[in-house]
Design a binder for this molecule. Structure first.
Ligand code: PLZ
Length: 449
């Protein structure tokens, strides 16, 4: 049986022994401010020394409950036994050859695993990269090569990365795009079925949003010009928006009917995060291409594009690659992470986290008018904060709540186009006692603000 915490035997407890951040973190923060570019932020400037299971230990001896997983990355924990073991062994054997120079088995094995785990039983192939943004960029390259078309359709509230093309694909200006243009051309944005904020109500949302999106694509872009439609099956940075049921199947069908490559960006929602291997399985969607990263490799940088063999093979030989893509240590880590997900049945763990979280958050929503919506699936759960009695976004409350949680030793993140969503992304291996303790802290913080 794989140990839950893995790596160093880190006590699975919350421990607050200084102010947060503590004196040593403040010292390091001063050095950081002098040496690190101001454009790179940190949610909570406590400097980490160890992390694993459901906790992060800092330089001052504090132990924080982790409801962030390094933005949905360390689903198996930050030092999972199988990840550490396999990556360490690989590190000792060789660090790098460049797969484009001399290949190695780990890369192939990760691609085989991706073919097995992703939806659909058609022939599949994969290509590996370093970051989510790079995977999305390559999905666009592949779709363009396959369709010989140029346009790319994305959605309101979508997030796909910070490189030039993926900034163009990302919806939100601040902080991702502001002042960084000009952006890549041939990118078109259409509405998404955001039930909570749909003007005519959630019941009509899927139907109306799909009709509007399809009309815009058909009339403004021309379906024949579209290479790819890219969507996150649960929108992450945009606010943990689950498109209203029925929307995704309609868009996928429209893509199919018009020879458009349907790309599911599962970089945040994939690898057991929502209680299924991939979130698009929830409505039985079989994407043509799927982009993955984050959870795939237990914290090491790895990303992939996986899809129909004939689409993946459309790029000419030598047309895809990069020096580090599919680095052997990252591949070894991925095989360890996938092994852990299977062994510990992390899909079941994610569903249990949803049960615990949603139960308690729904009760809090009854009591607190500032909680407008509780949503998400698995261990990808959020509360959207509003001015009580309205749907006016309340970013101040989200910020204050996050701050109050941090002070008590609970790491939470915010998100959302309006900055008013508090999101919870615990490692899937977190113990239920820590999960409940984290929720106690949120409950107490809500009472206070
Ligand atoms: N697609 C769906 O969630 C990364 C962004 C954090 P990279 N999300 C976290 C930040 O502020 O930079 C993400 C995602 C989806 C693509 C990406 C991009 O993945 O590995 O950050 O490039």
């Amino acid at each position: 049986m794989t140990e839950l915490t893995g790596g160093p035997s880190l006590p699975q407890e919350r421990r607050v022994v200084t102010a947060i951040p503590g004196p040593k973190s403040l010292e390091l923060q001063a050095r950081r401010t002098a040496a690190v570019a101001g454009g790179v932020g940190s949610v909570l400037p406590v400097f980490t020394v160890r992390a694993g299971g459901g906790v992060i230990e800092d330089v001052d001896g504090n132990s924080l409950i982790d409801f962030g997983s390094g933005i949905a990355v360390t689903s198996v924990g930050s030092s999972a036994e199988a990840v550490v073991r396999r990556a360490s062994a690989q590190l000792a054997d060789f660090t790098h050859t460049c797969f484009m120079v001399t290949p190695y088995e780990g890369y192939v094995e990760v691609c085989e695993q991706l073919a097995e785990l992703t939806p659909g039983d058609h022939a599949k192939k994969s290509a590996l990269f370093n970051s989510g943004a790079e995977a999305v960029e390559n999905a666009v390259k592949i779709a363009r090569a396959y369709t010989k078309r140029q346009a790319v359709v994305v959605f309101d509230h979508g997030y796909h990365g910070r490189t030039n093309l993926t900034m163009a694909l990302t919806a939100k200006n601040m902080p991702y795009k502001h002042g960084f243009g000009p952006f890549a051309p041939e990118v078109y944005r259409v509405p998404v079925a955001y039930g909570y904020r749909w003007p005519t109500g959630p019941e009509n949302c899927a139907e109306e949003a799909a009709a509007q999106a399809i009309d815009m694509i058909s009339k403004q872009v021309g379906a024949d010009n579209v290479a790819a439609i890219i969507i996150e099956p649960v929108l992450g940075e945009g606010g943990f928006i689950e498109p209203a049921k029925g929307f995704l199947p309609r868009i996928a069908q429209f893509a199919k009917d018009n020879g458009i490559v349907f790309v599911a960006d599962e970089i945040q929602s994939g690898f057991c995060r929502t209680g299924q291997w991939f979130a698009c399985e929830d409505e039985g969607i079989v994407p043509d291409l799927i982009t993955t990263a984050k959870g795939i490799a237990g914290g090491l940088p790895l990303a992939a594009v996986t899809g129909r063999a004939e689409i993946m093979d459309a790029a000419h030989p030598g047309g895809l690659g990069g020096t580090y893509g599919g680095n052997p240590v990252a591949c070894a880590a991925a095989l360890g992470a996938i092994e852990t997900m299977r062994e510990l049945d992390l899909n079941a763990k994610a569903r249990r986290i949803e049960e615990v979280m949603k139960g308690r958050l729904a009760a809090l929503q009854e009591k607190h008018g500032i909680i407008g919506d509780v949503r998400g699936r698995g261990a990808m759960i959020a509360i959207e904060l509003v001015e009580p009695g309205t749907k006016t976004p309340n970013a101040a409350a989200a910020g204050a709540l996050a701050k109050a949680c941090h002070a008590e030793g609970l790491l939470v993140l915010t998100c959302g186009t309006y900055g008013n969503v508090l999101r919870f992304l615990p490692p899937l291996v977190i113990g239920e006692d820590l999960l409940n303790e984290g929720l106690d802290i949120i409950e107490a913080a809500l009472e206070r603000i």
